[in-house]
Design a protein around this ligand. Structure first.
Ligand code: NAD
Length: 309
């Protein structure tokens, strides 16, 4: 799998969602009462791409310490939409990082100013490195600045900047005013980025908030920004917009599916002074789209294992 292939798959499925050709099924997420694990399913069907299936997985908090396995575990199952027969089982752990990074990258491609030079990162964990690597391909960035709740993790970002040969600087939150694009990718439950930390013309991709109660940015930012998302229903219930909506600051109608911008039915950014904000909540169709691409690429390269079932 490549970043470019993940980008194309996610961009296409976001457009299909905005056309009404692809829909996500209601998400199931349950506490198992075993190993303190959270487990669930994210499924959907893309009639345009003919991709049907689900991602099954969740979070096992003791995996790392007890078994040396990563705590997030997921697997994608694809089905033949003509017959319902299973067609593929694809490991989902790496794909989750690639499809999440592809989502913010799609938002940068379509919403950030063309002359964006400085990218600001809030978060420096596992996903943050994938986010930064993908984002750096979207504009001619010449500097990365980063803030993290745990500053000892910032070298994770510095290494990615070094790989592409641009400088990295640790920043205070008010230093984010220098950024033209800001990605937030933390597991925070409180607003980190405040409205006065953001300059006019900035594009913000809020990627960490994917559950009720999580929060990364000041709800006032969603009032001053034009807000876009992968899926409006998720954005206002489990995404960053949940707080601004709950406080009556914005309504569902103020949040636009990014697929509309990709298709050209919404203009997206219309001025260099506008703040745009992408609320990336993570939908099952993203997982299915990248998994289907993996299967296509595996077939073309004659790798993978075919079994009778
Ligand atoms: P990680 O554990 O590797 O990193 C967590 C990050 O959050 C680190 O930067 C850490 O310093 C920071 N953090 C932890 N506690 C904090 C606090 N109280 N306040 C502020 N920052 C805090 O996790 P990860 O795999 O990088 O995932 C980051 C987030 O992205 C998680 O919330 C995860 O659920 C979310 N996520 C979203 C999507 C999506 O599609 N939107 C997909 C995957 C993961």
């Amino acid at each position: 799998m490549t970043r470019a292939a993940a980008f194309d798959a996610v961009e296409q499925v976001f457009a299909a969602m905005a056309s009404g050709d692809a829909c996500n099924f209601p998400v199931v997420r349950e506490a198992l009462g075993h190993e303190d694990a959270l487990y669930g399913f994210k499924g959907g069907f893309d009639r345009a791409g003919l991709t049907l299936g689900l991602k099954a997985g969740g979070y096992w908090p003791h995996n790392q310490e007890r078994r040396g396995l990563i705590n997030h575990q997921s697997t994608v199952f694809l089905f033949d939409p003509d017959t319902g027969k299973p067609s593929a089982m694809v490991g989902g752990n790496l794909l989750t990082a690639l499809r999440t990074a592809a989502a913010s990258s799609v938002s940068i491609k379509h919403l950030a100013r063309k002359d964006a030079k400085v990218i600001g990162m809030i978060g420096a964990g596992h996903q943050a490195t994938f986010q930064l690597r993908a984002a750096l391909e979207q504009r001619a960035f010449d500097k990365v600045i980063g803030w993290n709740y745990h500053p000892e993790m910032l070298p994770n970002l510095a290494r990615v900047a070094e790989e592409v040969g641009i400088p990295f600087e640790a920043a205070e939150l008010d230093g984010m005013r220098e950024a033209d694009v800001i990605i937030t990718i933390t597991s925070s439950f409180d607003a980190i980025l405040k409205a006065d930390h953001v300059s006019p013309g900035t594009h913000i991709a809020c990627m960490g908030t994917d559950t009720k109660g999580k929060q990364e940015v000041d709800p006032q930012l969603l009032v001053s920004a034009d807000v876009f998302t992968d899926e409006v229903a998720q954005s206002i219930s489990i995404g960053e917009a949940q707080h601004a909506v709950a406080q009556g600051l914005i309504q569902a109608a103020d949040v636009t599916q990014i697929g509309a911008v990709i298709k050209g039915t919404n203009p997206g950014r219309i001025s260099d002074a506008q703040i745009t904000l992408f609320d990336g909540t993570g939908v099952g169709l993203q997982d299915l789209a990248v998994a289907a691409t993996v299967v296509d690429r595996a077939r073309a390269a004659n790798v993978g294992t075919e079994i009778e079932f």
